[in-house]
Design a protein around this ligand. Structure first.
Ligand SMILES: NC(=O)c1ccc[n+]([C@@H]2O[C@H](COP(=O)([O-])OP(=O)(O)OC[C@H]3O[C@@H](n4cnc5c(N)ncnc54)[C@H](OP(=O)(O)O)[C@@H]3O)[C@@H](O)[C@H]2O)c1
Length: 230
């Protein structure tokens, strides 16, 4: 048995899908995990049953600034090795941008672009020196790889998140800041035809973070560890 204290990850948006999978993956690696849900935390509660005291469950909606401040207070005394902002929504994927309402576009941009950065900033002082900030991005965020156009609102939101993460990095230049693409994954968002199951994707994502999390800088990292074109 190692005497090393276990590392701690905070995962925002872990009630289901990739966030829940990441909580499970980091627990399996011996980490302590603080995982948040908006409302329904039943899957996290199930996971906690086999996790002894290694899983702490908290509540937050990342689009609630007061809730973020309350979470920061609740977590006083915690020291994070990894802060992973996973929460995100797809919005009206099939429709081109001009066919959705400004309200709907605003909702996607606020949830996927604005609030992930606001949330990371609200919690940033909990991350230890040299600790990792990860933002869940997507291959669809890459301007260079946009070869068929669709998923427009979502693409824009995640490309904006990548840019926000770059500016976030310049405010926190001693940290690795990673924009991570998990692959196309079978979740509620990814649907049943996607390439990867949650377990495989989360193992890959955790490996990619390990590979790129040892030095400061902002990188757009694929699930296989390759750096993606912006
Ligand atoms: N699946 C894919 O193929 C794929 C590919 C590339 C990137 N991604 C990204 O990976 C992340 C997770 O996606 P997923 O496939 O696991 O989707 P999902 O199954 O729909 O899960 C989304 C998660 O985000 C949470 N969430 C959404 N809005 C939130 C908010 N305002 N505050 C707090 N939590 C919120 C949800 O919580 P509730 O349960 O409360 O709704 C849920 O835990 C997203 O950022 C997504 O864009 C997914």
């Amino acid at each position: 048995m190692s005497d090393q204290p276990s590392k701690t990850a905070l995962i925002l948006g872990a009630s289901r899908g990739l966030g829940l999978g990441l909580a499970r993956e980091y627990l399996s690696r011996g980490w302590r995990v603080i995982a948040t849900a908006r409302e329904n935390a039943s899957k996290l509660e199930d996971l906690a049953k086999g996790a002894k005291d290694k899983l702490r469950i908290e509540r937050v909606d990342i689009t609630d600034a007061k809730g973020l401040a309350a979470l920061r207070k609740m977590l006083s005394g915690e020291t994070l090795d990894l802060l992973f902002v996973n929460a995100g929504i797809s919005g009206s994927i099939p429709k081109p941008l001009h066919e959705i309402s400004p309200q709907e576009a605003t909702h996607v941009y606020l949830t996927n672009t604005y609030y992930p950065i606001v949330a990371a900033e609200a919690l940033a002082d909990l991350v230890k020196a040299g600790g990792v900030f990860a933002f869940m991005s997507s291959r669809l965020a890459s301007v260079a790889m946009n070869s068929y156009g669709q998923w427009e609102t979502y693409r824009i939101s995640k490309a904006g998140l990548n840019m926000g993460a770059r500016s976030f990095f310049w405010r926190h230049p001693s940290h690795p800041v990673l924009s991570v693409a998990p692959g196309w994954v079978r979740t509620d968002m990814g649907g049943p035809k996607a390439d990867f199951d949650v377990e495989t994707s989360c193992r890959n994502v955790a490996n990619a973070i390990e590979q790129h999390g040892d030095k400061p800088g902002h990188r757009f990292v694929n699930y296989d560890g390759a750096e993606l074109p912006w």
